[in-house]
Design a protein around this ligand. Structure first.
Ligand SMILES: NC(=O)C1=CN([C@@H]2O[C@H](COP(=O)(O)OP(=O)(O)OC[C@H]3O[C@@H](n4cnc5c(N)ncnc54)[C@H](OP(=O)(O)O)[C@@H]3O)[C@@H](O)[C@H]2O)C=CC1
Ligand SMILES: CC(=O)[C@@H](O)[C@H](O)COP(=O)(O)O
Ligand SMILES: [Mn+2]
Length: 388
């Protein structure tokens, strides 16, 4: 029987994965090793009971009594804390989905790679914060990473068995997020509620706001650079308000292979779950006649400075990805808390990158987790200081 683990089961991606596992037959058809979550203890326990998981883990030690109580009378073990998350990820499982949000997903993801497992990766921050370390770990242990971020799954599928040397350019699309058509001068008054709506995708709050600021696309450009080992000038972003085309791979002979599909993460998750086979998925069939038209536009780096920062980070290399990601997480926390305006998030990230560039060791790509965590903490400190 196939065994699975979901890290971040209680989130948006985790719920989509849970839906697929239940449809696939649930506890009768597969063995669930571990499910992890954060503060949504009731849902974590409910999922763990349904899938008869071996262990349910909350990232927060203070939630352990609540998790134990919610699992009382079941065979599911309860655990809590960051070390327990990493231990859960290290348990052998045939397929592990990393759907934790933020850099908190890095250590558990690395634990999967260290055991040579298959890591279905939604947590893009893993590759942005530690691309070199992550890819080197997978190579050393023989682990496999299957992209789950929709654009990267699309690139992976469009590439098929084609040689990367024949690729002239990879384009990932961006909806433009909540403020695509807003006058720029209005952005400073954008509220958290306004930024937390997405035109096409139902997602967690953090990635939804990142879509509006285009930091999501900045992370994805770096993610593509790290995962596919693509030169920065071979990666482009295209505004596509309908979110139907997810990525396009242009070849040196002029042929372009595009990946299209309804905006439903169960496609990318299910593709990774069934890989290398394909199986039916509960995703709406695409009806292009009903759709009528698809539109595209070039993105503006003046409106979305995050895109410029992504290019600068790729050109810089070293610890720049770690710093961009951590500073962005800090700035996003501050925006959500109402202490920062929407456009000021990019200013804080830029300030952190500028400060980090003057630090010894910045030019070296982190090759161990402690070094990543050092730069992560540094960037959060500098971003917070820039804000005050
Ligand atoms: N949502 C989407 O459609 C897509 C998401 N992604 C990426 O996938 C990842 C997950 O996104 P999404 O599902 O939207 O996020 P959500 O916020 O919906 O879910 C995040 C999950 O991580 C858990 N979590 C939160 N903080 C921590 C922490 N410090 N340590 C461990 N676990 C934690 C949450 O637990 P709890 O809720 O119980 O507190 C929840 O299970 C992100 O990296 C995102 O960029 C990529 C493509 C599409
Ligand atoms: C579903 C997914 O992969 C998200 O990352 C999505 O791409 C966000 O939409 P934006 O195109 O608005 O960033
Ligand atoms: Mn994406």
């Amino acid at each position: 029987m196939r065994s699975v683990t979901i890290l971040g089961a209680t989130g948006s991606v985790g719920e989509s994965a849970f839906d697929l596992l239940v449809r696939a037959g649930g506890a009768g058809a597969l063995r669930t090793v571990a499910l992890t979550g954060g503060r949504n203890i009731a849902r974590l326990a409910q999922m763990a009971r349904t899938l008869r998981a071996e262990v349910a883990v909350t990232a927060h030690e203070d939630e352990l009594p609540a998790l134990r109580a919610a699992l009382a009378g079941s065979d599911v073990a309860a655990a809590a804390g960051v070390a327990a998350l990493v231990e859960a990820a290290a348990r052998p499982a045939d397929w592990t989905l990393s759907a934790i949000v933020g850099a908190a997903g890095l250590a558990p993801g690395l634990a999967v790679l260290e055991r040579g497992g298959t890591l279905a990766l939604a947590n893009k921050e893993t590759l942005v914060a530690a691309g070199r370390l992550v890819m080197a770990t997978a190579t050393r242990t023989g682990a496999r990473i299957l992209p789950v971020d929709s654009e990267h799954s699309a690139i992976f599928q469009a590439l098929g068995n084609d040689d990367l040397a024949s690729v002239a350019r990879v384009t990932i699309t961006a909806s433009g997020g909540a403020f695509r058509d807003w006058p720029m001068e209005r952005l400073a008054r954008a509220t958290v509620a306004e930024a937390s709506t997405h035109p096409n995708w139902a997602m967690g709050q953090r990635i939804t706001i990142d879509s509006a600021s285009m930091f999501n696309k900045a992370l994805e450009v770096i993610e593509a650079h790290e995962f596919f080992d693509l030169a920065p000038d071979k990666i482009a972003v295209l505004i596509h308000p309908e979110s139907i085309v997810h990525a396009l791979v242009a070849h040196i002979d002029g042929g372009v292979i595009a990946h299209l599909g309804a905006p439903d993460m169960r496609h990318a998750i299910g593709y990774a779950l069934n890989w290398p086979a394909r199986a039916p998925l509960p995703v709406a069939a695409l009806d292009l006649a009903a759709q009528g038209s698809l539109s595209f536009a070039a993105p503006s780096e003046e409106r979305w400075p995050a895109l410029r920062l992504a290019r600068e980070v790729m050109a810089s290399g070293g610890a720049a990805g770690t710093v961009l990601n951590a500073a962005k997480e800090e700035a996003l926390d501050q925006f959500i808390a109402g202490r920062l305006t929407f456009p000021a998030m990019a200013d804080a990230v830029e300030a952190a990158l500028a400060a980090a560039a003057g630090q010894a060791g910045f030019a070296d790509s982190p090759t161990d987790l402690d070094t990543v965590l050092h730069w992560d903490a540094y960037a959060r400190r500098i971003a917070a200081k820039a804000l005050s």
